[in-house]
Design a protein around this ligand. Structure first.
Ligand code: GAP
Length: 474
């Protein structure tokens, strides 16, 4: 769900532009276009050495909060490819579509709901096609093709374009139309179809959650805005199974927890976050709110928090013939649990974190690019910087320090170029601490620890470094 137009160029106060984030991502190894040496693959990205660490830290934070720290939630890792009947029962084969039109002059495909939103007309991906087309016709003269140097106002009528991505796994006829198998369009369907197995193999009782992190695939019509909307992406989804009469109460609690998560655990600035309530609901949904982040292109969906009623379990129960009801062990009451979910994109969180923490600071001797990440998310926690590259005793001492701490903390050893440049490199990837090893280290066993944000330096015994870093990262 996304109600914010593609073309908005609202800029957060003092925040970086999208171009600055894209440039840092490539330069510092966070995100690259996929298969770039072959001109890339639209809507698909790779996470580089820094990006994979950042994304892993985000995922570990989510998993810790949602699964490890709770007694009422368990984890799951379902397969990406499922029996195609799953996607028929879930409604995706028939309804998982966005309204697409084509520019008659340059053939660019556009999402009509986004075009309308760009001129301030409320359109929603849950609207009926006829509703979208009548708005499209009403506002025809105000809309134009977003392709640079085109700007045509001549579009085909909107049609529904299904977003499911087909694969030929297990299909040896080569006829994808006849025997389609889908890559999952959302991870939660794996949770619904495994719900009975999880219930029978763990002692969960409502309200309980099943959480999963994994890849999802969608044939997005317009994959733009860097890693905000991609065709291959990762979701972190938590599906909570609750008693029908508790759905809305549990939903409100979940909403509160989710906003708290982004502020406390991910460290996003509250002023860059807001709620958006969907007024047009999918026919089965009881409530749908999005947590939106103020990206450089405007407030847009970071996570969806939905109350889905008993739709999913009822659909899969009916289609599979399995009994997906739940019997309350205390009251004996039998019911189909209602589902409330939180569904977040890893890539959208990475992008929000980069936008929130990237800044440029003026220093006496120039400027520095700084990634002021929450230390727990930083790809590298400590950089060990020997002051002399060719002095074997300093190198040996530095290597020893690296070995002592790198098992516990992501540590980087950097002896390349002058110290100022090495500090700049670490600042722009958000490394909270830099440790320099110099001649004094050999004399008195002390090292200098420089703080990323204040640039203040303290001298401590290298034997205390591990504990110092541990305390600083708390
Ligand atoms: N199970 C519910 C569900 O999938 P959704 O609103 O379609 O709901 C949930 O997607 C989240 O997944 C979004 O808030 C977003 O963070 C992420 N997401 C969806 N489509 C995406 C895409 N094409 N690229 C990156 N992230 C996406």
């Amino acid at each position: 769900m996304n109600h914010v137009p593609e073309m908005v160029s609202e800029q957060p106060d003092n925040g970086p532009s999208l171009a600055e984030v894209v440039s840092l991502s490539k330069r510092a190894g966070f995100v690259y276009p996929s298969s770039e040496i072959y001109d890339g693959m639209a809507g698909v990205y790779d996470y580089g050495p820094r990006g994979v660490e950042l994304a892993n830290n985000i995922k570990a934070t989510w998993w810790n909060e949602i699964v490890r720290k709770r007694q009422d939630t368990v984890g799951l890792d379902a397969a990406i490819v499922m029996n195609p009947k799953v996607w028929e029962a879930s409604g995706h084969v028939a309804n998982f579509a966005d309204p697409l039109a084509e520019c008659r002059d340059c053939n660019t495909r556009v999402r009509v709901d986004h075009l309308l939103e760009a001129i301030g007309v409320i359109a929603d991906d849950k609207m009926e096609l006829s509703e979208i087309n009548s708005l499209f016709t009403d506002h025809k003269t105000e809309l134009k093709c977003p392709t640079p140097n085109c700007g045509s106002r001549d579009f085909t009528p909107a049609k529904q374009f299904n977003l499911l991505v087909a694969t030929n796994i297990g299909n040896f006829t080569g006829d994808l139309d006849k025997d389609p198998v889908w890559l999952r369009g959302e991870t939660c369907q794996g949770i619904y179809v495994d719900y009975k197995n999880v219930m029978n193999s763990s002692r969960v009782q409502t309200p309980f959650g099943i959480a999963q992190i994994g890849k999802a695939f969608r044939n997005e019509i317009t994959a733009r805005q860097f890693i905000f909307r991609t065709r291959e992406f990762e979701q972190m989804e938590n599906q909570r199974f609750v008693a029908p009469d508790k759905e809305m109460e549990e939903y409100e609690t979940l909403r509160q927890e989710r906003m708290d998560f982004f502020i406390k655990n991910i460290g996003l600035k509250p002023s860059n976050l807001q709620w958006f309530q969907h007024s047009k609901l999918a026919f089965y949904a009881n409530a749908a709110w999005d947590i939106e982040y103020r990206y450089p292109f405007g407030f847009s969906e970071l996570e969806g928090v939905h109350a889905r009623g008993d739709y999913d379990l009822t659909q899969h129960g009916n289609a599979s013939g399995s009994d997906l009801s739940y019997r309350d062990p205390h009251t004996g009451e039998k019911y189909t649990p209602h589902v409330i979910e939180s569904s977040c994109g890893v890539g959208r969180t990475v992008l929000a974190v980069l936008c929130d923490s990237l800044k440029t600071e003026q220093l006496e001797n120039g400027e520095r690019t700084l990634l002021q990440l929450k230390p727990s998310l930083a790809p590298i926690k400590v950089a060990v910087l020997p002051l002399a590259k060719n002095k074997s005793d300093i190198v040996e001492r530095s290597q020893r320090i690296f070995s002592a701490i790198s098992g516990e903390f992501a540590t980087e050893y950097d002896d390349n170029t002058n110290l100022g440049k090495r500090y700049r490199r670490q600042d722009e990837i958000g490394t909270p601490m830099c440790v320099t090893v110099d001649y004094d280290t050999l004399e008195d066993g002390t090292v200098t620890v420089r703080d990323r944000d204040t640039m203040k330096q303290v001298r401590i015994a290298d034997s205390q470094l591990e504990q110092f870093v541990r305390d600083a990262l708390k």
